[in-house]
Design a protein around this ligand. Sequence first.
Ligand code: ADP
Length: 467
Amino acid sequence: MGAYDCSIFPVKDALEMIIIFDRTGKISYANDAADRKLEYGGELCGRSICDVFANDFKSAENGFETEYPFGHEPKNLVAYRRNLTCFPVEARIVSSETEPDIYICMANDIHEKEYLSREIAQVKQDAEQAMKVKSEFVANVTHELRTPVNGVLGNVRELLDRELDEQTEKSLQLIERCCGDMNKIINNILDFSKLEAGKFTLEPRRFHFRNMMDYVKGQHINKITEKGLTFFMTVSPQIPEYVIGDELRIVQVLNNLLSNALKFTAVGKVTVEVLKTAQVNDKIELFFLVIDTGIGIDKSDEDKLFQSFSQVDASISRKYGGTGLGLNICKQLVELMGGRIGVESQTGKGSAFSFSIWVGVSGEEEEVSQKMDVVAQNLLGNEDEGDIRRYGTPENMDALKRNLSKLILCVEMDNWEKAEMFMDTVKQLTEGAPREIGRVMLRLKMAIQKANYDKVIAEYEELQTFL
Ligand code: ADP
């Protein structure tokens, strides 16, 4: 190949023309693109650079003369083919760092570059157009599907109101369930195509936060009972009564996570926990946790979960159904609400999905929320906080419930040390409480010390009846 070893460069098949020449102008290497475009049929090596750039490189006694300013700045030159026809190129010619008498020329055919840019722009435009057509098609089809499904659903419900024999009633209930499932899939596809097309907008309004959580619980209570699962839901008292956000979409994310938790859990429990994790002016960050004791997810599959159409494996979709769109929609919705979604899981033990979102609080609610924060911060750190320490006052009850929910969260997460810490606080908050509460407290404390999960839950439930 001559004086300069080119094998170290991945240049042979490069689209750019690459020519290496020496001080005498003699070409020692030309890659395939250079040889092909300059039409030398494999014979460019050995020629002079003055043949290629005849206008700018002139033969001289000891090689060539040129006014070309060597360097990395691209310059326009005219390249001559073997048959003396020519075309414009954009070229950079630099001298080798290791061997100063060796020059490396990298050149692009300007016409070809422009043509390629136009082609790329066209392909991009075609792809965007195809995407638009596809989104419109999906939106139309799903819309058209919804009408007959709702027609069937309406009629089935009407029939179900009549006097029916057992078998007919069962069949109709099955049809009703199938229509419900089809509607869910249709809605998922519609949401997905809107989100993908960037046409999705949130509709925030003021709503009662705990009512929303009760509504979510109500939607799943039948399934929970049917499967015989234990269910806990705790909402931190620091969260104001009313918040401003897109209630429908928050419910959608929670419903998706809860349906999955119930779908993939055969025995044990499902827990939902909501905490307030930050406040900036009139915005608060809410942190939701949905924990189950189900089949769990393999570490290597966790990343795939939030991608569209992704189910952990085909056998799971055969056994449990679903489209694999739910979590991707959740991710996109949560991100639209300024938050993030994630999962921690262990195969065979269960999964903990969590997500955060930002919601607004109105002036009045903001004051309440901040007051609750102060109460929480001062808790037991200030002797004057008599109302918190006095059992039965609203402040005491709020603090008690909040600490109890944190205690249970720690137990759920197997963090017994931290649970004991919360137990101490809870114990102090119940000083002066009726004797039966004192007894439950004692048993709860012992159960925590022994890290006995079932016992803790039983005592916690008993405590709830007193509070
Ligand atoms: P699908 O509608 O198919 O359930 P999702 O996006 O909601 O779609 O979930 C995708 C996949 O993630 C599920 O098919 C399942 O493999 C896995 N998955 C989601 N939630 C859980 C969970 N709580 N426990 C175990 N696997 C889960």
